[in-house]
Design a protein around this ligand. Sequence first.
Ligand SMILES: C[S@@+](CC[C@H](N)C(=O)[O-])C[C@H]1O[C@@H](n2cnc3c(N)ncnc32)[C@H](O)[C@@H]1O
Length: 229
Amino acid sequence: MAVHNCVERDLQGWGVTDHPPDHPPDFFDRADPGPDAQFYAPDRFVTHIDPGAIAAVGALYEELGLGDPGRAGGDVLDLMSSWVSHFRVAPARLVALGMNANELAANPQAASWLVHDLNVDPVLPFADASFDAATCCVSVDYLTRPVEVFREVARVLRPGGAFAVTISNRCFPTKAIRAWLHTGDAGHVDIVDGYFRAAGGFTEPVAQLRTPPESRGDPLWAVWATREA
Ligand SMILES: C[S@@+](CC[C@H](N)C(=O)[O-])C[C@H]1O[C@@H](n2cnc3c(N)ncnc32)[C@H](O)[C@@H]1O
């Protein structure tokens, strides 16, 4: 399955720049409304962003101290994961959650993994305050119930724990939500920022372009916030 660049249009009609508490009904429509389990059944041992963007993800995690027991803490949940989690140094305990068992089982940084469809069930099968950090790399555009998922992330994070969401400009277009396909980089950042705000339980989100502005490679944006005390 090819990974295409997302189409850039404007935000008119969705009002995402206003961080609405309620998203319009067609915001989360997808060209392929079929089961994610079917779409993600074939193994894809590929990287979804280029080496520069991958390095930017690792640098962000290291800067935030994610997975480091001496800094932000060692218990990390990687949401929408696959065979790579992009940490420069593997967290003390990484739980990888995704859709493809073969990919997850091959993740060398994961201490454990589980297949869990967040669009079918956004409830995370973990106790309250059981992780020091959570990550979601180049995948948030596939969530059809993101506010519920972000609320769940806040629940399973310990106070002060960061949720780092990274995004680029490639996607599986039939599985990305309609609003994502109709917006560009700034709109994508706004969408994720809005998810944090709508979910509640997080501090003010921070958004940054993590790859050099002049880079010709895949851009890597990060939006993160920490669990309120
Ligand atoms: C573009 S890949 C990114 C994988 C990985 N995060 C990375 O950085 O290489 C999208 C990932 O989202 C996961 N995913 C897609 N839909 C999902 C869903 N409904 N629930 C959980 N994970 C999902 C897939 O398993 C897939 O691994």
